[in-house]
Design a protein around this ligand. Structure first.
Ligand code: PEP
Ligand code: MG
Length: 323
């Protein structure tokens, strides 16, 4: 089977009835690019920049960040690269920032919340990103957005840094798509409003599931509640995709669910445009997608949205794809 998948490295991710999607990769460092290219990744759908900040004792400089972002953009040779701004806090700590201990770190001071407060850290990253933007097809994404005001504030800072750089005579790409992670239920529910202002969505199911089901993604005891195929999650995903499309925007997914064989048929049916996963899952996903019909998956999706339990959904998918 591996040999069969290997033949798909340079093939399109297209269904049997001719519908194209993009299969992109999640990366943590420029070193991961080799795997992306070897596995036929059509882009980077999530570059988790927090690894630049971790395992060290001080913040990375603008120059260090610029070098890393440039390497990734050049390595992808013009293919889309979605860079997520710093998503620290929650399960990811930065000892040198001396952040207060919290009762509920996953509900606390993390990601964009921290960046909008510690603006020097954020502005340094934005400058590095803007400077790197001339080296490829950069898209910038903000994590853990819960309200439109957070997005507007982050966007305004990016625009201010852009203006400063231009003033300094530094070259910056003319247009950089600006998107958000949809990983907090409030944002999924309000996706129609967000879609008017963002350029794209990337659904972060790892967190969206934990927040929707109120089940800590790290806690084994409640892991039975961590249900990617629960119809409640699927309905949220549908709302996000539909909202994006209504405004002519694209919707991707960069949580684990995007590379999951049971989820992919449903996500295809719901119209997801971009699937971002670990590089090692791409060829298998491409093989699956090339064997599916979009029209059939649309029917499957509309059925599972009206089911009541995870078990029914899994059963329906198994039946549909073994036909
Ligand atoms: C997610 O929440 O789905 C996601 C991709 O981000 P992370 O796993 O880094 O929280
Ligand atoms: Mg997340």
């Amino acid at each position: 089977q591996k040999a069969e998948w290997a033949k798909l490295v340079n093939e399109k991710s297209v269904t049997a009835d001719g519908h194209h999607v993009e299969l992109a990769a999640n990366i943590g460092t420029p070193k991961d690019l080799k795997g992306v290219v070897e596995n036929g990744g059509e882009g980077v759908g999530l570059y988790r920049t927090e690894f630049l900040y971790m395992d060290r004792d001080q913040l990375p400089t603008e120059e260090e960040q610029y070098t890393a972002y440039k390497a990734v953009l050049e390595g992808m040779e013009g293919k889309p690269v979605v860079v997520r701004t710093l998503d620290i806090g929650g399960d990811k700590e930065l000892p040198y920032l001396n952040l207060p201990k919290e009762m509920n770190p996953f509900l606390g001071f993390r990601a964009i919340r921290l960046c909008l407060e510690e603006v020097d850290i954020f502005r340094t990253q934005l400058r590095a990103l803007l400077r790197a933007s001339v080296h490829g097809n950069l898209k910038v994404m903000f994590p853990m957005i819960a309200t439109l005001n957070e997005f507007r504030e982050a966007k305004a800072m990016l625009e201010e840094e852009r203006a400063k750089l231009v003033q300094e005579g530094v070259e910056v790409a003319e247009h950089i798509e600006l998107g958000i992670m949809v990983e907090i239920p409030s944002t999924a529910v309000l996706a129609d409003q967000f879609a008017k202002e963002v350029d794209f969505f990337s659904i972060g199911t790892n967190d969206l599931i934990q927040y929707t089901m109120a089940a800590d993604r790290m806690n084994q005891q409640v892991s039975y509640l961590y249900q990617p195929y629960n119809p409640s999650i699927l309905r949220l995903v549908k709302m996000v995709i539909d909202a994006a499309h209504k405004e002519g925007k694209w919707a991707g997914m960069c949580g684990e669910m995007a590379g999951d064989e049971t989820a992919i048929p449903i996500l295809l049916g719901l119209g997801l445009d971009e699937f971002s996963m670990s590089a090692s899952s791409i060829l298998k996903a491409r093989s699956l997608i090339r064997n599916l019909n979009k029209a059939d998956m649309e029917k499957l999706a509309s059925e599972v949205l009206n089911m009541s339990t995870t078990e029914e959904v899994v059963e329906a998918v198994n039946q549909a794809i073994s036909l």
